[in-house]
Design a binder for this molecule. Structure first.
Ligand code: ATP
Length: 888
């Protein structure tokens, strides 16, 4: 790594993090940005992979169709985002799907989602994107941007990052880890999210604990993974309740209801109406799908229609799982599970939750209204949810009003009122959504063609300019207006190293990206051979914008009304006095240009450094210690850049159905508002400091895949959590050497958690962020990797970043066609290590592609995994896989 693998100084700002700056917390992106231009490279500071403005960190999950990475958006104050990288085409999976369609009795795991029948990978991704684009709700994971890498047939889905990870709900022994009241709060969030989805005409089809993710502060749960979700026109009509809804362009991919009849979802969570055919078919083809009529003649049985009720069922199974730590219908084989779902009644344990509240058994006598026990209410609710007849099943509205859901709320009526969804919005242009979700261009660049094109093509990063206001384009100077960097690197002349080429360029008077672009179009290709240049470019551009002389841009990239006039005298600015002179072209002379790599020496020479006018955080690395100075934005441009965040959010939130008030959010968690007791604030990492009794929030930070690695009692005390998170947030806001004040706060926090002494502020060592990082690493009392990630994000991100260097199976993509170049491929070289699961799959996939003929192998699907299931440290054993369970 560029900084010698020293401690990371990356600062992630999660919108859900209460310690994040307000503008980050307020970030509620409206329209999803569709980006069709991709720039890849490596960040200069950390040598991490970059795709456009996103810098990859570690992998947080692996799904059936792709991998999910933590990344930071360098254009938005390093805001954390989740980047899902999916291959547009997966011939092997597609072939397998086809094969499965023809051979329905193929074995599958009951734990894994069924997606085979939903069409090709491309179709599924398109649909997922189109559906996510329709959603904007506090309890639904937000899709922020879709980057369509047509060249490598990859799609990058940029989503809000949910730092809390999946809900952990059971131990290895199948015991619950959540308290009953915690489960209730999770349920409130899920109900609100589901209600919104159904209101939009969307059926999720894969509700289960692992698709429910916590925000970093663990106050909010959001529904994720729309891989098998379905948009139902009929559902949408019903939601509108008016018989008719206004339709935009009809979109075949969303309007095709035949998809709904296909089996999709995770077997254990499938509703009886879905498995009514499948189960029997799989079990015994001679007895299925027929009803014996009076005349003894077999006649196909009518299947119950598939409606949103399937989500209600899955929610019931989820609730059951959270309460009891195991699922109601368990068997080793898929078809056995289906039979149980169809025919068997479920039973309950004598106690529920980690607090072991008595259930009172499955069949109970009625209790006087208002005096029901908690167990009684829960069983009543489960009976309504797990009703095999979909027509008799509870509706979400009934669920929402159920006394157990409203229990402990101070003002249930207020909550119901506040969370009432407004009239359904009209169906906005769905055809546009899906057609733009992925480019349909099938053209693949060959290397010579690409080279030719690079010489003449204009650069444009954001084709969908409607998604961003004009002012934003102008303001967001850091990235959007940055020149596009070449996808490919120049072919090396034999015997010429990259360093030599660089030296040559620098002798010639310019270095790649600083080359004036206004002389001729061919200059555009005269860019650097390596990585990204955000920082330098942004710095350079910032300077010139501040003087009223922006660099030349492509026509149309500036809104005319905002385009600074060259004739007009620049605004008097304290910056302008110290900015470099510009030549006639609006570009600095070669001596004045920032260097291609921003070293500390160069930084010190920059004329504008004193004024701190960089539009984005600029990290300067010095020495091997990894000591870093982080210069935050100055007032001028940074201010504009921040403003852009607000204007970028043309709050769809404010549309009738998307409207959720603070009260609603508060109520769903029972925040300290009018809706709940103060002690309900159990999910706040700060509540321990307030001395609230019920903080057992640490139990939520448990192992992998819904399975707690350690019993609840061995989890560290809550004070540790709040302390470390305070340190983390302290770290997050220290953007330079720690001041004595911050050091003393950190010292106090560390003393409280008994993790050691910090050096004094006068000690130079104290200025090394590694000290803070080291001290904030709690001695591993939390055994789960996820917990450790939460406790020490900085440390883990370093390990994982290292891991990414060789493990990032998608890391290879940007080099697919450019591997003639030698020097950049830092991944791949270091590795003599065990390939990860995803890597193995990737390799197999590639092999198959190369062969042209897709080989079929019968084996279980690739399971989706969260980061906690994957060891963050390379070579360590995978902690757990779902164990098969036998139903008794
Ligand atoms: N926005 C996010 N923030 C944090 N982690 C995420 C996010 N989205 C996904 N993940 C993690 O990545 C894992 C896989 O992602 P995802 O579920 O989207 O993939 P998939 O291919 O749809 O998986 P599945 O097999 O469940 O269908 C999830 O289980 C989750 O742990």
């Amino acid at each position: 790594m560029a900084d010698g693998g020293g401690p990371s100084t990356l600062r992630y700002r999660d919108p859900g993090d209460p310690s994040a700056p307000q503008h980050v917390q307020d970030l509620q992106p409206g329209a999803v940005i569709m980006t069709h231009e991709i720039r890849t490279g490596h960040s200069r500071t950390y040598n991490r992979r970059m795709v456009n403005q996103y810098e990859f960190d570690h992998r947080v999950g692996v799904g059936q169709h792709g991998e999910v990475y933590l990344a930071r958006d360098t254009s938005k104050h390093n805001m954390a985002v989740a980047l899902k990288v999916v291959k547009r085409k997966n011939p092997k999976a597609d072939k397998m799907s086809k094969f499965r369609k023809q051979n329905q009795n193929l074995p599958t795991s009951p734990h894994l989602p069924l997606t085979d029948k939903l069409g090709t990978t491309e179709h599924k991704i398109r649909k997922e994107i189109a559906i996510m684009k329709k959603c904007n709700h506090p309890h639904i994971v937000k899709l922020l941007e879709v980057i369509d890498d047509n060249l490598h047939e990859k799609i990058y889905m940029v989503m809000e990052y949910l730092g809390g990870g999946e809900i952990k709900w059971r131990t290895n022994d199948g015991e619950p880890v959540l308290r009953v009241d915690q489960t209730r709060r999770i349920c409130r969030d899920v109900i609100l999210g589901l209600e919104y989805l159904h209101h939009q005409g969307i059926i999720h089809r894969d509700i289960k604990p692992s698709n429910l993710l916590w925000t970093a502060d663990r106050r909010t749960v959001k529904i994720a993974d729309f891989g098998v979700a379905h948009f139902s026109y009929a559902q949408r009509l019903a939601a509108a309740g008016q018989g008719m809804v206004e339709l935009g362009d009809e979109d075949p991919i969303l309007m095709d209801d035949t998809d709904l009849s296909k089996t999709a979802g995770t077997p254990m969570f499938l509703a009886p109406e879905i498995v009514s055919d499948t189960g029997d078919l799989a079990a015994s083809s001679s007895t299925v799908n027929v009803n014996e009529t009076a005349g003894g003649k077999a006649r196909p049985r009518r299947r119950q229609p598939i409606t949103k009720a399937i989500d209600v069922w899955a929610f019931g199974v989820t609730l059951y799982g959270l309460l009891f730590g195991h699922l109601p219908f368990l068997a080793d084989r898929e078809y056995e599970v289906y039979q149980l779902i169809r025919r068997q009644d479920w039973s309950v344990d004598p106690t529920m939750g980690v607090d072991q509240i008595e259930t009172g058994g499955r069949h109970q006598r009625p209790q006087p209204k208002g005096q029901e026990t908690e167990g009684h209410l829960v069983i009543q609710l489960l009976e309504g949810l797990l009703e095999k007849d979909a027509r008799k099943r509870m509706t979400l509205d009934q669920v929402k009003r159920h006394p157990w859901i409203l229990r402990d709320m101070q003002d249930p009526e207020g909550w119901l009122r506040e969370t009432q969804l407004g009239p359904a919005p009209s169906l906005e242009p769905t055809a546009d959504e899906t057609s733009s979700a992925m480019s349909s261009v099938r053209f693949r660049w060959t290397r010579p063609l690409r080279r030719l094109w690079q010489g003449v093509r204009p650069t444009r990063s954001f084709l969908n300019r409607n998604a961003v206001t004009e002012a934003d384009q102008y303001n967001d100077v850091g990235v959007r207006s940055a020149p596009s960097h070449s996808l490919s690197r120049r072919r090396s002349t034999p015997g010429t190293s990259q360093h030599e080429r660089r030296r040559e360029k620098s002798r010639a008077g310019y270095s790649g990206r600083d080359a004036p672009r206004n002389k001729s179009t061919t200059d555009v290709v005269a860019r650097q051979d390596y990585g990204y240049a955000h920082d330098d470019w942004a710095a350079w551009e910032a300077t010139h914008l501040s003087t009223g002389h922006p660099p030349k841009r492509r026509r149309g990239s500036f809104p005319s009304n905002l385009r600074p006039s060259r004739a007009a005298s620049p605004q008097p600015s304290p910056i302008s006095a110290s900015t470099p002179s510009v030549n006639g072209s609006g570009m600095p002379s070669p001596e004045e240009r920032p260097p291609s790599r921003l070293t500390l020496t160069h930084w010190l020479k920059l004329p504008f450094r004193k004024t701190s006018t960089l539009p984005m955080e600029q990290t300067v690395s010095s020495g091997s210690s990894g000591h870093s100075l982080s210069r935050r934005s100055g007032r001028g441009l940074a201010r504009r850049s921040e403003d852009a965040f607000h204007t970028v959010a043309p709050s769809r939130q404010s549309t009738a159905s998307g409207q959720l008030t603070m009260a609603m959010r508060a109520a769903s968690w029972g925040e300290v508002a009018d809706y709940a007791r103060p002690s309900e604030d159990v999910t706040s990492v700060y509540s321990a400091e307030r001395g609230d009794d019920a903080l057992d929030d640490d139990t939520l930070l448990l192992g992998a895949g819904g399975i707690a690695q350690s019993p609840v009692l061995s989890i560290p005390t809550s004070g540790v959590l709040s302390t470390v998170s305070s340190i983390a947030s302290l770290n997050a806001h220290v953007t330079g050497p720690p001041t004595p004040a911050t050091m003393s706060v950190a010292q106090a926090l560390l003393q409280r958690t008994d993790v050691g002494e910090l050096p004094s502020a006068a000690d130079p060592a104290a200025h090394d962020p590694s000290i803070l990082a080291r001290h904030s690493q709690i001695r591993s009392r939390a055994t789960s990797p996820l917990a450790q990630m939460a406790y020490n994000p900085v440390q883990l991100s370093i390990e994982s970043a290292n891991a990414c260097d060789y493990d990032d199976s998608s890391c290879d993509d940007d080099d697919d066609d450019d591997d003639d170049d030698d020097d950049e491929s830092s991944y791949g070289e270091e590795v003599d290590l065990q390939p990860s699961t995803s890597q193995r799959y990737q390799e197999e996939d590639e092999e198959s592609e190369e062969e042209g003929e897709v080989r079929l192998e019968l084996r279980g699907r690739r399971p989706s995994q969260s980061a906690s299931e994957m060891s963050p440290v390379r070579g360590a054993d995978t902690p757990h896989r779902e164990r098969p369970m036998i139903c008794t």
